[in-house]
Design a protein around this ligand. Sequence first.
Ligand SMILES: Nc1ncnc2c1ncn2[C@@H]1O[C@H](COP(=O)(O)OP(=O)(O)OP(=O)(O)O)[C@@H](O)[C@H]1O
Length: 250
Amino acid sequence: MFKLEAKNLDLYYGSKQALKNISMGIKPNTVTAFIGPSGCGKSTLLRCFNRMNDLIDNVRIEGEVLIDGRDIYHSRINLDDHRKKIGMVFQKPNPFPKSIFENVAYGLRINGVKHKKFIVETVERSLRQAALWDEVKDNLNKSALALSGGQQQRLCIARALAVEPSVVLMDEPASALDPISTSKIEELVHALKSKYTIVIVTHNMQQAARISDKTAFFYIGELIEYDDTSKIFTNPSHEKTQNYVTGRFG
Ligand SMILES: Nc1ncnc2c1ncn2[C@@H]1O[C@H](COP(=O)(O)OP(=O)(O)OP(=O)(O)O)[C@@H](O)[C@H]1O
């Protein structure tokens, strides 16, 4: 079964159609890259998977979005429980103005977890998974805002992992980072896929080629091609994909 699936999905912002009849299935424990020129709908589709578009006025959605086989727009789901399954990491690191420890513990606390030992263990596990533990273990009470941009982004990943999601959505998570931090995030994505299903929006073709198993190429709201990453980058079926991955437009 697919972990995430879109079936004949259309999305409108007011009268403007941003997604056109998207159908795709994403298998568990894979990394999928969404690529395509600016404005083609990558972030919009990513946001459909955790119903973040619900927060935007005037959005209309037709078709289905399924997670673990359940339609998240039409079946009766508990939205809070659903969102717990889906971690999200944004382009700009957005730690809270709290300590490193409290940033990672945040999701547990709002879920009502009180068991101190469990919280301490979860914070350590999440920071280790996000490859940040060694850098911060002696300063857990320091403000998260004092970390570097790359460390802040790994902290945001740790924060997302602490509530044990099964899916992690990443919207250009490394685009604001230097090359060393970027390669740490890429290594991390690779390591995390044994436990999570990861979808990553990226403008960086080399990054998509390096870290993803599958790549989806979008163009003006349409899914043009979705296939193994090696095929998309070496022998795509569509001319538009070929032009985009070789840098001829975009
Ligand atoms: N909140 C919104 N209200 C109205 N239109 C929007 C909104 N968000 C996105 N759009 C429009 O929907 C289309 C798809 O936008 P989206 O951000 O999903 O594209 P994208 O491929 O992620 O772009 P980028 O690579 O620049 O981030 C664009 O035409 C955009 O202007």
